[in-house]
Ligand binder design. Structure first.
Ligand code: SAH
Length: 278
């Protein structure tokens, strides 16, 4: 099947190259055309834990699939191994697809991997993906910007290299300067993150949504308030991977929760038809 679309020729996936590709947040329909092209062309796909099985099914049946997921807390030695593997495979003349959840350059260590490839002289291409911080609010019916609410968004991670909340976050600046805060990897340290935000002046009554396994059939959304979100999360079994979003835009969800409406009318959800095996 030709992968070309009118007025666009897919770039050739050359041997000895590494393509760092964003798989998107889960729904296989959210991968880019370039990402899908790379999956059809690659000799080997080195993929992370957050890449959904539906995406891997798009790979060329002859391609080798290699899991390179890291379990939480395991330090950088396995990250080193992953980059060494990528370099070695490329030097063997393979077309190496490094597939990462969401976008490879957003909190996904893609920058570190690309730097190592550059140092080693291995040619590479970056294919962006839809980051969970964009997709989760969209699938939950929460616009990240709305002119009545905000002109600034902050994306932050609640988990730094040390395993703790990153030291580099200036909570006062974030709290004062950003009406909408989108938090990755925030569940583990949520109690302390919430304390920091409230200490820095955020209103405990501010709407918060926790969006778990966004864009998959297991998507769950918990709507709560900043001061109550820790207890509310504990009271439910909402679990990572999750995006936590704080800001008044969360209140728009009551009118924009399109997924809920799809379920009510029994229209197929994205990817749901896969259940019937087509
Ligand atoms: N590069 C990825 C982020 C990797 S960090 C991206 O751009 O999306 C991993 C964090 O991403 C998780 O802890 C969680 O906060 C978020 N995440 C990834 N997939 C998610 C999903 N389907 N639903 C909700 N959050 C998700």
């Amino acid at each position: 099947m030709s992968q070309d679309i009118p007025h666009y020729t897919m770039p050739q996936f050359l041997e000895g190259y590494v393509w760092l590709v964003g798989a998107g947040p889960g729904d296989p329909g959210l991968i880019t055309l370039l990402g899908a092209h790379a999956l059809r062309e690659a000799d080997i796909v080195v993929y992370d834990a957050l890449v959904s099985p539906g995406i891997l099914e798009m790979a060329n049946p002859d391609a080798e699939l290699k899991y390179a997921g890291k379990r939480g807390g395991k330090p950088s030695s396995s990250q080193r191994d992953i980059t060494l593997t990528l370099i070695q495979l490329a030097r063997e003349g393979k077309r190496v697809l490094r597939l990462k959840g969401g976008d490879p350059f957003v909190f996904g260590r893609g920058g570190e991997e690309a730097l190592r490839l550059a140092e080693a002289g291995v040619p590479f291409r970056i294919v962006p993906g839809i980051s969970a911080g964009l997709a989760a609010p969209a699938y939950a019916g929460i616009p990240l910007t709305h002119r009545d609410h905000n002109s600034v968004i902050t994306f932050l991670t609640g988990h730094g290299m040390s395993g703790d909340i990153p030291d580099s976050i200036d909570w006062v600046s974030v709290s004062r300067g950003s009406p909408v805060i989108v938090m990755y990897m925030a569940m583990k340290h949520l109690p302390r993150i919430v304390d920091r935000l409230i200490e820095a002046g955020r209103n405990p009554e501010e709407p918060v949504a926790i969006i778990s396994r966004a864009t998959t059939l297991e998507q769950e959304v918990l709507e709560t308030r900043l001061g109550e979100c820790v207890a509310a999360a504990r009271a439910t079994d909402i679990s990572p991977p999750a995006i936590v979003i704080a800001g008044s835009v969360v209140s728009l969800r009551s009118r924009l929760d399109w997924m809920e409406r799809l379920q009510e009318t029994l229209l197929p959800l994205p990817g749901r038809d896969r259940k019937n095996g087509d």
